[in-house]
Design a protein around this ligand. Structure first.
Ligand code: HEM
Length: 437
């Protein structure tokens, strides 16, 4: 076994990814589901009927295939998010299952040492770091980005239109646009976009999928490269400041290096460069999947763009780009009548909660006029509430504004088979074929 003094096993020092050493057992008295898995073909294809059935059968249950206690009701998920002293977020970036020894060996490189900073860092440090990260999302910066975002959306969509009467939307727009936005926000050079984005896809498999031992080794090698890239980038910015988020963090570090340490700056860059675009790529695709398959609602936003913001919220509820998240209990507690000992890993099933009839009328209907569409759980809640929610919604709104204005005849190509990247959390088609007149 590799040393516990380095790499991914040092959980006591807030290591960014902590691999589990075993699959947790069912808490005594907890209902058990022996076969359901969020990685099954059937669930990946369409999770909603299954998630609703799970919610109706047992709102809180242990999934044997996963080794997690699954929480499906909106009120229970809210309770978990609002009680961070009982339910910690320390496991949200961890691999789901124990890793192969060869992968552990790669990640045990002495310089692979990102630390938990945002989504996976406990209080009080999380709150201390979030103060600085939040500043990066100032109105001034978002305003500057909005113009850049619109210009790039127009350029990419114009290029797509110039290519003919059909296109694959992920490659044409949904992949490059969010990546460019967040990478320019952080300050990464444009020439590196494709390389960083491919590393991020692999990180999704590492933390939320079930890669084979061979895949784990390859992913681990790329994660090491990715972390080294982030470190080199921050080192370069330390000497060459500019008007970007990384420079702002370094200025804050210079002003008080105990309030924000240098390793924390490096780790925020590592974390944000993943969090900031993959779910947005999915959101851009999911808005089109929902709207173009309901012509009346697409035509309605073409005629009245002021309906777009609520159409984006309804997409986040109905076909979210993030359908689950995780927590772990840090003390004995009871949830939904089930006793949970400290150390129980928890799987929060947003797909079930966002379609709950207690929270939404006719939950299985997609309706851009829904008055409480924004009551979805897709950005989390409480102290870890997604910092990029405003940015993500702005990107989706702008992409739809440009598309509805330039391509009102847009439609989904018929008979296309949609495939989803196999993972427990992020949801959106890997490719999306579009056509227009
Ligand atoms: C549709 C797109 C997105 C979805 C669905 C999404 C969803 C989420 C969720 C569920 C959380 C965890 C909340 C919790 O643990 O309570 C989260 C946290 C976070 N998100 Fe997002 N996110 C999206 C886009 C973005 C973007 C564009 C950025 C940044 C540019 C971003 C940055 C973050 C950060 C930094 C956190 C950690 C916040 C903290 O722990 O204090 N996200 N997001």
């Amino acid at each position: 076994m590799p040393s516990t003094e380095k790499g991914i096993f040092v959980s006591s020092k807030n290591t960014y990814h902590v691999a589990p050493t075993n699959v947790a057992a069912a808490p005594s008295g907890c209902p058990i589901h022996q076969t359901w898995s969020p990685l099954s073909e059937e669930y990946l294809t369409d999770p909603y009927p299954i998630a609703s059935q799970l919610r109706e059968d047992h709102p809180v249950f242990y999934a044997e295939e996963l080794g997690y206690v699954v929480v499906t009701r909106m009120q229970d998920i809210e309770h978990v998010f609002m009680n961070p002293d009982i339910y910690a977020s320390s496991n949200v970036q961890d691999p789901l299952y124990p890793l192969a020894d060869e992968a552990v060996e790669v990640l045990s490189a002495p310089d692979f040492d990102p630390i938990a900073v945002m989504s996976n860092r406990p209080e009080p440090d999380h709150g201390r770091i979030r103060v600085y990260t939040r500043k990066g999302f100032s109105n001034r910066r978002l305003k500057t980005l909005e113009q850049y975002m619109r210009d790039r959306a127009e350029e990419l969509i114009d290029q797509m239109i110039a290519s003919g009467k059909s296109a694959e939307y992920v490659a044409a727009v949904a992949f490059p646009l969010p990546a460019e936005i967040v990478f320019r926000f952080i300050g990464f050079p444009k020439a590196d976009d494709v390389m960083i984005k491919s590393w991020c896809a692999e990180r999704k498999a590492f933390s939320w999928g079930k890669p084979t031992a061979e895949q784990q080794v390859e992913i681990s090698e790329h994660m090491l490269s990715y972390w080294r890239y982030c470190r080199d980038f921050v080192a370069d910015r330390r000497d060459n400041r500019t008007d970007d988020f990384a420079s702002e963090l370094l200025d804050a570090h210079d002003a008080n290096n105990e309030e924000l340490t240098y390793r924390e700056v490096e780790s925020v860059v590592y974390g944000l460069s993943f969090a900031g675009h993959d779910p947005v790529t999915n959101l851009l695709c999911n808005t089109l999947l929902c709207l173009l398959s309901r012509r009346d609602q697409w035509d309605a936003i073409c005629a009245d763009p002021s309906l777009i913001p609520n159409a984006v919220e309804e997409t986040l509820r109905y076909e979210s780009s993030q359908i689950a998240w995780r927590r772990v209990t840090i003390e004995d507690t009871t949830l939904g009548g089930v006793d949970l000992p400290a150390g129980t890993p928890i799987f929060l099933n947003f797909a079930a909660a966002n379609r709950s009839p207690e929270s939404f009328e006719q939950p299985d209907d997609f309706d851009i006029h829904r008055p409480n569409a924004n009551r979805h759980m897709s950005f989390g809640k409480g102290i870890h509430l997604c910092l990029g929610a405003g940015l993500a919604k702005m990107e989706a709104r702008i992409a739809l504004e440009v598309l509805t204005q330039k391509l009102p005849s847009l439609r989904l190509a018929e008979n296309q088979e949609l495939t989803m990247f196999p993972n427990i959390t992020f949801r959106g088609p890997e490719t999306l074929q579009l056509e227009w007149d």
